[in-house]
Structure formats: structure tokens, C-alpha cells
Design a protein around this ligand. Structure first.
Ligand SMILES: Cc1cc2nc3c(=O)[nH]c(=O)nc-3n(C[C@H](O)[C@H](O)[C@H](O)COP(=O)(O)OP(=O)(O)OC[C@H]3O[C@@H](n4cnc5c(N)ncnc54)[C@H](O)[C@@H]3O)c2cc1C
Length: 484
């Protein structure tokens, strides 16, 4: 029997999509930059169904591509354009919150749950699931775990990795591993969940997760600040951390171009400050103490920043609606850039103290190739993650000779700057199909070899998301030159 016939027999005909119109939304990424054919799209309703589908694909040696909300920014969740078409497994039907254990500060969810619905379920029990990002209304918990997503809460709560207690995974041979532990301490050898966190669907299908919850902050204070420079922003970060400690929940930065893009291209977004400044910060304090005290504390540091000429202007939210409006501006940057033109998005991490140097050197590197090209910058400054985005209008892109090769060269030059400063070319979005060759250049050979070894052990037929994460060609260590 064919793949489709076997899947229909095992899972039911309505769980297997083959019509062009039904699969269309699954085989192209969010920005329309990557697309490829799928053998079929499977919508399992349970872990057992995932295991059955994986076994069938394995027997027929059909590649398997797990897909969550398909919000990957590096082509991670859509089929590759050449090679064998995969069975695409989308977990959208697996969206139960299995249980919430408030006393243990944990919850167990199906991997297909949308991130925002998990946050909401936790909130209803006065708990916080702290992973938060612009795509939270569409991305799935399984996808955030498979990419070790970051977002705006990392400064205080860490990345997804730090908020996962246990996993359930269907392995490439169809076995189900139930590792849904809820423990904070469990020193019984290797902690295997970490193999799957950040593995981008190359080692198995994550079907459920046990997540770490935190007390729900009952008070927030949010301010939008214009600052003199990235260095002034760092000084404000230092002031805030010294003054507020763990109450500092977010510290985000963007440049003037990025803010203007949001205001121009996303309907309903209002300017947080009356004038146009070059550098902007969004600062949030969150705690369980009284809100007026928190707002007064934030005001105090803003005044200190103004007195030291670090802060040029500031707007303090005075209601929940105003806080939400400020955050809406921050969460609209990807949508705005998608509408503004072709952004050569990069996702670098550097030591926090090196962010101003990174921005200065990366700007020079871009302008050596394309003098004066506008660059949108949006950074999770509190954790040193900078999205440095050379941005071409659609007209500039169409007129550019050798566009893809130029984009690759410019992005590589930015990655080299990060590397020279002790940073990473991939902070939170993952590798997908965009950055596999950068893995070959920047990742030590011994690390690539260990990853290949683990991949070979779990997926000996190389069926799970082939061509993603690891470079296609054998690793050849290569010198990485400085940007200067
Ligand atoms: C507007 C916008 C804002 C964003 N902001 C951020 C941000 O601030 N921080 C950040 O980190 N990312 C951000 N992203 C990127 C993206 O949202 C995250 O990478 C997210 O974690 C992907 O989740 P997903 O469910 O959409 O996964 P998908 O895109 O569907 O898949 C991503 C990868 O995970 C694998 N995968 C998916 N589900 C499973 C599963 N159940 N088991 C095994 N493997 C699986 C896929 O094979 C693929 O390799 C943003 C994206 C957009 C569009």
C-alpha cells in the first residue's frame, strides 16, 4: 500500500491532506521565502497516532517533517525544494492542556497548544508561563521547544530550555519516550530532554511537555524611553538592574527606523513619544507588590536617567491599555518589516556589554558592500540578542544584481562581527535551512561531530528533517576572518 493509503487506514481519511488547496498553507513559510512539496500533510490527534504515522513513514523510508505554527523565520518548518518530499506532520489537532498543578508550579500540555493559549491557561490559575514572543498567537509549544525560542522574557526567566521540566517524544523508530517529569531536581544521569530542546525536529517529534510555571506578577510598570545611544541604553540597563534586581522583566531596544516602520506599516499602532529619536527602549518592571510603588520606582530611575542625559524623553504607561499599546508596538516589528521590503534578518547574540560595538562594526560591514543602506535594529538588549536587519525596499531588491548572493555575503559579514566579539550567529530563531552552512563555518568541528553522532544513533536512516540544522557536507573547519 502507498504511504497515503496506509496513513488513511491507520489515522482516518480526514487526518491526511493531499489536495493542493489543503496543503498550500503548510508548504510555504510565513514570509513566502521558502516552499517545497510535501508527500502529504498529516494531522494526528494523539501521541499514538503520531507514533503510527512515524512507523509507516519509517518502513517506507519517507522523510518526516514536524511542523508547529509554521512561524519559523529561517525556513525550518516547510519542505525542502529538492530531494524526497516529506510526510509533513502538523500537531494543530493536539492542543489539550492536560493538567495544571499550581502547587507544584507546573503544567502538562500537548505540543500542538498555541503558546498564547498556554499563557492564558496558566494565568487563569494565577501562574505565569513566561515565554513570550511576537508570534505567540500562532506558534505552538512544540515549535518553541524544538527551536528553544527566546523572546522578551529571557532577561528574567531564561529561554524556553529553562522553562521545560519534561518532554514526551516520538522517536524516529516509532517508540514513545515518556519523559514528562515535573521535578526541579532529578540527577539520574543525562537529562535527555535537553537533546530535543533546540533540535529543530531532527531527532524526534515532541508530542507533549511538562512546563515550569512562576507566580503571576500582579503589578506591572511599563515605560517607553528615548535614549541618546546604545551605550546610554546599556547604562540605563545597569541602573535598572542595580535598582530593581529580579523585578526587571524586560529591557528591549529598537532604532528610529524600526519604530517608523511599525508606525507606517501596521495599522492602529500609535507613536509612544511625540518626537522622532534615534534609539528607543521599552522597559517593564513586574512584581507581586502594589502597582503604585512599582510605577514610582520606575519613575525614579527615569528621572535619574534624564538627569544624567542618558534619557532624552520618556512616557510612562498609566493604565493596562497603555501598557498593551506600548507592547503592541514592540510585537509588531516582524509584520512591519515584512511589509516594508526585503529585510536581511540576522539573529546574533553577543555579550551584553559588546552590543554597542557590535552595532557600530556591523553597520560598517554592511555599508562597505552597500553604502548608506537603511538598517532596522531591534534587540532584546537585556540578554545581548540583536536583530540587525539591512532593509531594502522592494524596488531596491528588484534592481539588485545577484540579490541572494549579496544577501548571503552581507549576513555572513554580520555573523563574522558577532563571532569576533565572542558571540553567536543564531541566538533564538534556530538554524532551519537558512544557516546550515554558517554552522559549518562557525561551530567547532568536535561539536558538529558529536551532533552527527547523536543524530545517527536516534535516526540512523536520516529521515527526520534532513538537511536542517547540520551542514550537508562533511564539516571542514575554516578560518573565520575578522570584520575589520
Ligand atoms: C512575528 C514573529 C515574531 C517572532 N519573534 C520571535 C522571538 O521574539 N523569539 C524567538 O525565539 N522566535 C521568534 N519568532 C520565530 C518563531 O516564532 C519561533 O521560532 C517559534 O518558536 C516557532 O514555533 P512554531 O510552532 O511556529 O514552529 P515551526 O515554525 O512550525 O517549526 C520550527 C522548527 O521546529 C520544528 N518543530 C515544530 N514542531 C515540532 C514538534 N512538535 N516536534 C519536533 N519538532 C518540531 C520544525 O520541524 C522546525 O524545524 C518569531 C516569528 C514571527 C513570525
Amino acid at each position: 500500500m502507498s504511504l497515503v493509503a496506509q496513513l488513511q487506514a491507520a489515522l482516518g481519511a480526514d487526518a491526511v491532506l493531499i489536495a493542493q488547496a489543503d496543503v498550500a498553507g503548510h508548504v510555504q513559510d510565513w514570509r513566502g521565502r521558502y516552499r517545497g512539496p510535501a508527500a502529504c500533510v498529516v494531522l494526528p490527534s494523539s501521541t499514538r497516532q503520531v507514533a503510527a504515522a512515524v512507523r509507516i513513514a519509517g518502513q517506507l523510508r519517507v522523510p518526516v517533517l514536524a511542523q508547529g505554527g509554521n512561524t519559523s523565520l529561517c525556513g525550518g518548518a516547510v519542505p525542502w525544494p529538492d530531494g524526497a518530499a516529506p510526510m509533513l506532520l502538523n500537531l494543530a489537532r493536539m492542543r489539550s492542556v492536560r493538567s495544571i498543578d499550581a502547587a507544584n508550579n507546573s503544567m502538562e500540555v500537548d505540543a500542538g497548544c498555541v503558546l498564547a493559549s498556554v499563557q492564558q491557561a496558566a494565568r487563569e490559575r494565577q501562574r505565569l508561563y513566561p515565554v513570550s514572543l511576537g508570534a505567540e498567537g500562532s506558534c505552538q509549544i512544540g515549535g518553541t521547544i524544538a527551536t528553544n525560542a527566546g523572546g522578551t522574557g529571557v532577561l528574567r526567566y531564561g529561554t524556553t530550555r529553562e522553562n521545560v521540566l519534561g518532554l514526551e517524544v516520538v522517536l524516529p523508530d516509532g517508540q514513545i519516550w515518556n519523559g514528562l517529569y515535573r521535578l526541579r531536581k532529578n540527577n539520574t544521569g543525562l537529562d535527555l530532554k535537553h537533546l530535543f530542546i533546540g533540535s529543530e525536529g531532527t531527532l524526534g517529534v515532541i508530542t507533549a511537555a511538562s512546563l515550569k510555571l512562576h507566580p503571576l506578577p500582579t503589578a506591572q510598570a511599563v515605560a517607553w524611553l528615548a535614549v541618546a545611544s546604545p551605550r546610554a541604553a546599556l547604562q540605563m540597563l545597569d541602573l535598572c538592574q542595580t535598582r530593581y534586581g529580579a523585578s526587571l522583566a524586560a529591557f528591549e531596544m529598537m532604532n528610529g527606523l524600526q519604530l517608523r516602520n511599525v508606525l507606517e506599516h501596521v495599522p492602529g499602532r500609535r507613536p509612544p513619544l511625540p518626537a522622532a529619536y534615534d534609539w528607543h527602549l521599552l522597559v517593564e518592571l513586574a512584581d507581586t507588590r502594589a502597582e503604585p510603588a512599582l510605577t514610582a520606582a520606575l519613575e525614579e530611575v527615569l528621572l535619574q536617567g534624564l538627569a544624567q542625559d542618558l534619557v532624552l524623553d520618556a512616557s510612562l504607561a498609566t493604565s493596562g491599555a497603555q501598557r498593551a499599546a506600548l507592547w503592541a508596538v514592540r510585537h509588531s516589528v516582524s509584520e512591519a518589516n515584512k511589509k516594508a521590503g526585503i529585510g536581511w534578518t540576522t539573529d546574533c547574540a553577543v555579550p551584553v556589554s559588546a552590543v554597542p560595538e557590535f552595532i557600530a562594526r556591523a553597520t560598517r560591514a554592511v555599508h562597505r558592500t552597500l553604502p548608506g543602506l537603511p538598517i532596522a535594529i531591534v534587540a532584546h538588549l537585556g540578554d545581548g540578542n540583536v536583530h540587525f536587519i539591512p532593509l531594502l525596499s522592494f524596488g531596491q531588491w528588484n534592481a539588485l544584481a545577484h540579490g541572494p548572493a549579496t544577501a548571503h555575503a552581507v549576513q555572513h559579514a554580520i555573523h563574522e562581527v558577532a563571532h569576533a566579539l565572542g558571540g553567536s550567529f543564531s541566538a533564538e530563531h534556530g538554524i532551519g535551512q537558512l544557516l546550515t552552512q554558517e554552522m559549518a563555518l562557525f561551530k567547532p568541528a568536535v561539536e558538529i561531530d558529536m551532533m552527527r553522532g547523536i543524530k545517527g544513533l536516534l535516526d540512523p536512516h536520516q529521515l527526520f528533517n534532513p538537511g536542517r540544522l547540520l551542514p550537508a557536507t562533511p564539516h571542514r573547519p575554516k578560518g573565520v576572518s575578522s570584520d575589520e
